[in-house]
Design a protein around this ligand. Structure first.
Ligand SMILES: Cc1cc2nc3c(=O)[nH]c(=O)nc-3n(C[C@H](O)[C@H](O)[C@H](O)COP(=O)(O)O)c2cc1C
Length: 136
């Protein structure tokens, strides 16, 4: 497992969306923006699935994913393995959160699942000599 620093966690929360990258079992890539994201702890993040289609199919057959997020020239790439929860306390809490998010936005939103990502590696993506360096 790898742990996000406080700074990485703050940035992950702050950015309006991160890019979630998945691949089919035989390697066809897929990248989508995701905004419904939370930190569970330094080595675990949660993304709510409202609309995932190819992404969900990919994660079911190949749970290894990457998430990239940035602001300005500061950015990070997280790699890890997901599990998908469609029942239980974390899913129920996610359902309530997404319903409230929809109510605030003025259109109904419904979570189909909580994607739990256990972080295994973290890389920097800021441009410059350290680009792509493994940080954790
Ligand atoms: C700014 C933005 C934020 C999004 N946030 C989410 C999200 O948090 N959860 C989700 O399921 N889909 C979200 N979507 C939709 C996905 O990006 C994408 O449309 C969906 O996963 C279907 O694509 P796929 O078939 O490649 O999975 C968002 C889209 C945009 C443009």
């Amino acid at each position: 497992m790898a742990q996000m620093t406080e700074r990485m966690q703050q940035l992950f929360i702050k950015v309006p969306a991160a890019v979630l990258c998945t691949a089919t079992a035989d390697g066809a890539p897929n990248a989508v923006p995701v905004g419904a994201k939370r930190i569970i702890d330094a080595e675990t993040i949660l993304i709510s699935d409202q609309f995932m289609n190819k992404t969900l199919a990919n994660m079911k057959s190949n749970p290894r994913v990457a998430v990239t997020f940035w602001e300005g020239h500061e950015g990070y790439q997280i790699k890890g393995t997901v599990t998908i929860e469609t029942s239980g306390p974390r899913f129920e809490e996610t359902s309530r959160w997404i319903e409230e998010m929809g109510a605030k936005a003025g259109f109904p939103l419904k979570s189909k699942g909580a994607v739990i990502l256990k972080i295994e590696e973290i890389f920097g993506v800021a441009p410059g000599p350290g680009a792509g360096k493994k940080l954790a």
